[in-house]
Design a protein around this ligand. Structure first.
Ligand SMILES: Cc1ncc(COP(=O)(O)O)c(C=O)c1O
Length: 384
């Protein structure tokens, strides 16, 4: 048996995915983006040691922490980072909001490429900035940024874009040529880029993730790179993210804004979890990616063969699938309810990702294969 086949009971642990009020007993949760797998053994060992130590006072992050990030970025992503560039933030969404505040003022405009992860919208709107949506082009489930539309929407008030790479929910891992086009427009219009790479270690076999900052010094100097071990190693509940900002002026703006937010010191589990992941769990991550790709291939082949009403395309990155259910004639809210009521499946409604997501749902395949099989069977029974 593959270790990822193990079914772990998360009910009663306070897991959002399993214990939210609408999650009645028989629902198969395939929604919020965390994984139903145990963390890698090295992470568990590091965490146990930290807990068993028994003293839980205020913490700082040591050189080991920063060196571990530097090595990981160099060895895994070919991205050379200096210690001073790294800013710890408890989680990416908070960091997005801080970044928005740092690079713009109230009333300024920020552009995002939709459909996209819901908090991209709120991180702009809650800060009283104006949100500009550039709808991506969708051809048979393959999404691309509409560079002409993007550039046309830029005004004097536009200060930044938020990029999702790999893209949640459409699964694109942006290619070098696409990043180059994007960078060229941002440089010509003097825009900052807040680049969210949280999914960058969950990749299909043929995909390669490129940090935008690798393109040139010029683009790096206007980019805030958001990273975290939380998706790849399933550490969302630990609260660990690291924002990498090479430009001194931009970094100072970010750090000053962060300071004003009165963020607490990192909790006692942050450093051990990151060390367990980045220093000792590369092989585990490789096996995870293989397992996830198996789940994805299995599910997609089944949908194509057995449920032609739903259109789906294999993601280049992430364990999330974006199902085009527009043929059913239901809007996303109705779809979510329908999947819940008729199939006992909990999925994310497409409109969480903006108006371009209407008629779509997002399904999370980071769970044991048996649950993917069950989901496919029940979808076929109801919609096939
Ligand atoms: C693109 C993206 N950014 C950020 C997050 C959340 O990150 P965090 O839990 O660190 O705020 C997610 C979670 O699904 C995500 O998909």
């Amino acid at each position: 048996m593959n270790k990822f086949d193990e079914e772990i009971d998360r009910r009663g642990t306070g897991a959002i995915k399993w214990d939210s009020p609408f999650m009645t007993d028989n629902i198969n949760p395939m929604w919020v983006a965390d994984m139903d797998f145990k963390a890698a053994p090295a992470i568990q060992e590091h965490l146990k040691k930290a807990v068993e130590h028994g003293v839980y006072g205020y913490k700082i992050l040591t050189d080991k922490y920063y060196n571990s990030i530097i090595d990981w970025m160099k060895n895994v992503h070919n991205y050379e980072v200096e210690k001073e560039w790294i800013a710890y933030v408890p989680n990416v969404v908070l960091g997005l909001s801080i970044a928005v505040q740092a690079v713009s003022g109230p009333g300024d405009e920020i552009i995002i490429f939709t459909p996209v992860y819901g908090p991209f919208f709120t991180s702009v709107r809650y800060n009283d900035r104006k949100l500009i949506e550039s709808s991506m082009i969708n051809i048979d489930g393959y999404y691309t940024m509409d560079f002409e539309d993007f550039e046309n929407q830029i005004t004097k008030k536009t200060k930044a874009i938020i990029l999702c790479n790999p893209h949640n929910p459409v699964g694109r891992v942006w290619k070098r040529e696409e990043l180059e086009k994007l960078a060229d427009i941002c440089i010509r219009h003097n825009l900052y880029i807040i680049s969210d790479n949280i999914h960058c270690e969950i990749l299909s076999r043929d995909s390669r993730h490129i940090f935008l900052s690798l393109l040139s010094e010029e683009i790096a100097s206007r980019t805030i790179e958001c990273t975290a071990p939380s998706k790849a190693f399933n550490l969302a509940g630990i609260h660990v993210a690291n924002f990498i900002i090479s430009d001194t002026g931009l970094r100072e703006k970010f750090l000053t804004t962060l300071e004003k937010a009165l963020i607490p010191a990192p909790n006692i589990l942050v450093e051990p979890a990151l060390l367990g992941a980045y220093e000792h769990s590369k092989e585990w991550l490789k096996e995870l990616n293989e397992y996830l790709e198996g789940n994805i291939n299995y599910f997609i082949a089944g949908i194509k063969e057995r449920v032609p009403e739903i259109k789906v395309r294999k993601p280049e990155g992430t364990y999330l699938l974006w199902l085009d259910c527009r043929k059913t004639g239901m809007n996303s809210n109705e779809l979510r309810q329908y999947f819940h009521d008729k199939m006992n499946l909990e999925v994310n409604e497409g409109s969480y990702f903006g108006r371009d997501g209407d008629g779509f749902i997002r399904i999370n395949l980071a769970c044991p294969r048996r649950r993917v099989e069950n989901a496919l069977n029940v979808i076929e029974k109801v919609l096939g």
